[in-house]
Ligand binder design. Structure first.
Ligand code: HEC
Length: 133
C-alpha cells in the first residue's frame, strides 16, 4: 500500500513538472530581444522612442525622414573605416555631419543632440542601438 502511494506521488510530481514546463510563458521569438526597461538599453530605448523615432524606424524597409535603424548594430562598424560600431553610433548622434548616410541630405538629422543629451543618455542610446542586430 505504502509503495503504491509512493509511486502515485512520484507520478503526480512528474506530471506537475511536465505541466509547468508546458504552461510557462512562450519563449521570445523573432529578432526583438527582451530588454529590461531599467537597464541602459531599456533607458536608451525609451529615449529613442521620445527623441528619434519620428525620423527613424527600427523595422526593416520602413524609411521615415532618416534611414531605418533595423540591423544598425550589424553594419555600423562598416560605415567609416577605423571606427568601430559603438564609436560610429556615438558620432552619428553627437556629430551627425561627420558622416552622411548615402542617399540622405547632410544636415537633415537634428544637430543639437550633443548639447541636449547628457553623455550618459548618448551612451544609453548607443547601448540600445547595439541591440538592433
Ligand atoms: C529630424 C530627423 C531626425 C532625428 C530627430 C534623428 N535623426 Fe538620425 N538621421 C536622420 C537622417 C536624415 C540621417 C541620415 C543623414 C545623416 O547621416 O546625417 C540620420 C542618420 C542617423 C544615423 C546613421 C545611420 C546609418 O545607417 O549609418 C544614426 C545612428 C542616427 N541617425 C541615430 C539617431 C538617433 C539615436 C536619434 C535620436 C537621438 C536620431 N538619429 C534622431 C534624421 C534624424
Amino acid at each position: 500500500m505504502i509503495k503504491n502511494q509512493l509511486i502515485f506521488s512520484a507520478v503526480a510530481v512528474l506530471a506537475a513538472i511536465i505541466l509547468s514546463a508546458c504552461s510557462g510563458e512562450p519563449a521570445t521569438v523573432g529578432p526583438t530581444p527582451t530588454i529590461d526597461p531599467q537597464s541602459d538599453a531599456g533607458i536608451g530605448r525609451t529615449l529613442f522612442q521620445a527623441q528619434c523615432s519620428t525620423c527613424h524606424s527600427t523595422e526593416e524597409g520602413v524609411q521615415l525622414v532618416g534611414p531605418t535603424l533595423a540591423h544598425i548594430a550589424s553594419h555600423a562598424g562598416e560605415r567609416v573605416s577605423g571606427l568601430g560600431a559603438e564609436d560610429y553610433l556615438h558620432d552619428s548622434i553627437v556629430r551627425p555631419n561627420d558622416f552622411t548616410v548615402p542617399g540622405f541630405a547632410e544636415g537633415t538629422m537634428r544637430q543639437d543632440f550633443g548639447q541636449t543629451l547628457t553623455s550618459d543618455e548618448v551612451n544609453q542610446l548607443v547601448t540600445y542601438l547595439m541591440t538592433l542586430k
